[in-house]
Write a protein of this length. Sequence first.
Length: 307
Amino acid sequence: MKKLHEGNIYPLELLLEIQEEDAVPDIIENAGVNPFSLLPTYAHHFPTRPLSLVFTSLSNLSPSTKITSLEAGLRVLDEVEKEATEQLQSSVGELTTKHPRYVFGWIVLAKVNLLQNNLDSASTALTKAHFYVGLRTAESNSSFFRATHEIRMLEAEVSEKSGKLLKAKETLQQVLADSNNKSVAALKRLIELNLRLEEFYEAEKETELVLEADPSNEWALARKGWAYHNTHRSQEALSLLLQAFQQAPSHYLYAHWIGRIYWDLGENYRTDRNYALKYLLQSAKLNPKFSSNFAMLGHFYNEVEGN
């Protein structure tokens, strides 16, 4: 390691630039930053092994700091290659083996497995998390509300990904009941689930809970509009969706729903290019991978233009 003047403060970038790779973990520990946030910097200075440096840098951290860093790493590694998430899974698994009573370790392990679509492993990790919440609650008489909330939200996700939509709905309803309808994350997930289940009146009522707190919430306005359309209130639906799309003009789904409503209204709304076609084309431009747009566009060119 190159010798630096003691007592001086150096920019982290400079320290990484002038030190050998073996010194990086100590530099990171002393800097007090999340190693995952430095992944781009590692890749620039040490292109052959940036990921291994991230995980080596975690070694000296306390269990709670380490698991916080690993959880943050999930957001980074969601966009990184499979090898990185496997390494993350291994690191979290090792942590839960050494510190099984640390509940959030099991929660993060479940999140990593969900990221890889390992639903059985995610479910097993959540069962462990439940067990240690119960154990530590009995020992300390604490509620562990945040941990229980996260566990149940993840259980709902596992159920939904497994195709058990009604079970996922039941879990989310329990989360909402426990939070006195204050869990916005659970409420939004339940709205999406009810739209999938075609329980449009329920979804409508739930969007109103979001809008009570935030009347201009474009996410809730759009979903209330889609629920309206599917309960034969298409003009009211258009009003809400156009308002949402005005607030979020880059949201392809809002444009698609508007195009669908115009198509379903028929007559000039279907044949005039300024209505259904206009919004379906906008949606396709915003998200070329959304296949439903091209199905609807196919109907337009076939039925309206005979092409």
